[in-house]
Design a protein around this ligand. Structure first.
Ligand SMILES: [Zn+2]
Length: 337
C-alpha cells in the first residue's frame, strides 16, 4: 500500500517494512535492503542491510546477534544528521536498551516512526522522548482497550513477593522473560529488592552488553545448577519446558509478559503465576502518545493496527493501518477523491 495521495504529507508505503519512496529509505524491513533504519535489536526488527541507521546500543546488540552491516550510521540520541537530502534524528523509544524512534524531515514533510515503544520509565532502557511530526507511524501491539496495564511498580512488587514466598519454602523461583529487555528489567527489580539473581547464559550474554551502555546494571551469578539454592533464576521463556528447568525439583515458575493480561494466561503458559509487565505501550499510552505528537495523520502497524486506527478515526484523528484490512478502506477513500 502507498499513502501520500495528499500532497501535503510524506509518501509512505508498507512492503514487509515501512518504505519512504522519495529517499528509498526502509524502516525495520524484514528482508535485506539498501538503506534501513533499524529501531532496535529484537529479531523481528533487525535485519542485515547494506547500510543501516541505528543507535550505539542497538549497534552493539546487533553485532552480538547477527553481526554488523557493511556501513553503519550510528547516531547519538538527539543528534541530527543529513542523508539523501533528509534530516535524520533518533529519539529514545523506551522499549529496550538502544531502542530508537526515527524523526525524519524531508522536502515532502515530517515523520516520526516509533518502532516498538513504551511510555513508562523502564528500569533498564532509556526513557522515551518525542517530537511533533505531521505523520506518526506507530506500533499498536496492544491497541485494544482491554490492554491497560497495572502500574509497573505494583507488578514488579508482586513478582518480588512471589520470589520471596518461593525462597521461604526452599523452592527456586524461576522468572521467564525475553532475553533482550525484559530479563534485564527483571534483573534490576530482583537485585533492588535484595534478592540474588542468577542468569541463564542467553540472558547473561546480552546483560553484559547492556553494561556498556546502561549505568548501574546489577551484579549477578551465572547459571550453575549446583549453586542454585537461594537464587532467583532468570531465563528466556523458551526454556520453560527444558531439562534445565524441569530438573529443579522444587521450583515456582512465573512468566513475565504483557500478554499476561489475557484471560487464562497462567494455564496457557503452564506456569504458577504470570506478571503483566510489558515493554510495549498499553492502550491508554498509545492514545496519549498521539496527543503528545499531535500529528496530522497516524499510520499504525503491529498487533491491533486496524482496531486502533478505527478508534482514532472515531476520535477525529485521521488514522489508517499500514498492514491490515484498512488498506482496502484506505484505497476506497482515495479512489473516491
Ligand atoms: Zn521489540
Amino acid at each position: 500500500m502507498v499513502t501520500g495521495e495528499d500532497p501535503n504529507v510524506i509518501e509512505v508505503a508498507y512492503r514487509g517494512g515501512v518504505l519512504v519512496p522519495a529517499i528509498d529509505l526502509w524502516m525495520d524491513p524484514r528482508v535485506p535492503q539498501g538503506l534501513a533504519f533499524v529501531s532496535h535489536a529484537h529479531s523481528d526488527h533487525a535485519g542485515k542491510h547494506r547500510e543501516t541507521i541505528l543507535s550505539a546500543g542497538t549497534s552493539r546488540l546487533m553485532r552480538s546477534r547477527i553481526g554488523a552491516s557493511p556501513q553503519e550510521h550510528v547516531l547519538e540520541f538527539g543528534e541530527t544528521r543529513e542523508l539523501r537530502g533528509a534530516q535524520f534524528t533518533l529519539l529514545p523509544a523506551g522499549h529496550v536498551h538502544g531502542s530508537a524512534q526515527l524523526h525524519l524531515e524531508t522536502e515532502g514533510g515530517s515523520l516520526l516512526y516509533t518502532g516498538d515503544f513504551k511510555l513508562r520509565a523502564g528500569l533498564s532502557s532509556e526513557p522515551i522522548a518525542w517530537r511533533g511530526a505531521e505523520t506518526l507511524i506507530m506500533e499498536t501491539t496492544f491497541g485494544k482497550p482491554e490492554f491497560v496495564f497495572p502500574p509497573a511498580e505494583q507488578v514488579l512488587g508482586d513478582m518480588v513477593q512471589f520470589c520471596r514466598e518461593a525462597l521461604e519454602v526452599g523452592a527456586v523461583p524461576v522468572l521467564l522473560g525475553y532475553s533482550l529487555g525484559k530479563a534485564q528489567e527483571i534483573l534490576c527489580a530482583v537485585a533492588a529488592a535484595g534478592l540474588k539473581p542468577m542468569l541463564h547464559g542467553a540472558v547473561s550474554k546480552l546483560t553484559k552488553i547492556y553494561r556498556e551502555g546502561v549505568p548501574g546494571m546489577p551484579e549477578f551469578a551465572e547459571y550453575e545448577a549446583a549453586n542454585m539454592a537461594g537464587h532467583v533464576l532468570i531465563c528466556p521463556p523458551s526454556v520453560r519446558n527444558s531439562r534445565m528447568v524441569q530438573r529443579i525439583k522444587k521450583r515456582r515458575v512465573a512468566m513475565v509478559t504483557g500478554w499476561g493480561l489475557t484471560p487464562g494466561a497462567v494455564h496457557r503458559y503452564q506456569v504458577d503465576a504470570v506478571f503483566p509487565l510489558s515493554d510495549h505501550a498499553g492502550y491508554n499510552d498509545l492514545l496519549k502518545y498521539v496527543e503528545l505528537v499531535q500529528p496530522q495523520r497516524v499510520l499504525t502497524l503491529h498487533g491491533y493496527a486496524s482496531e486502533f486506527a478505527r478508534d482514532l478515526r472515531r476520535r477525529g484523528v485521521e488514522a489508517w493501518s499500514l498492514v491490515s484490512p484498512d488498506q482496502l478502506e484506505f484505497a476506497e477513500m482515495f479512489e473516491g477523491l
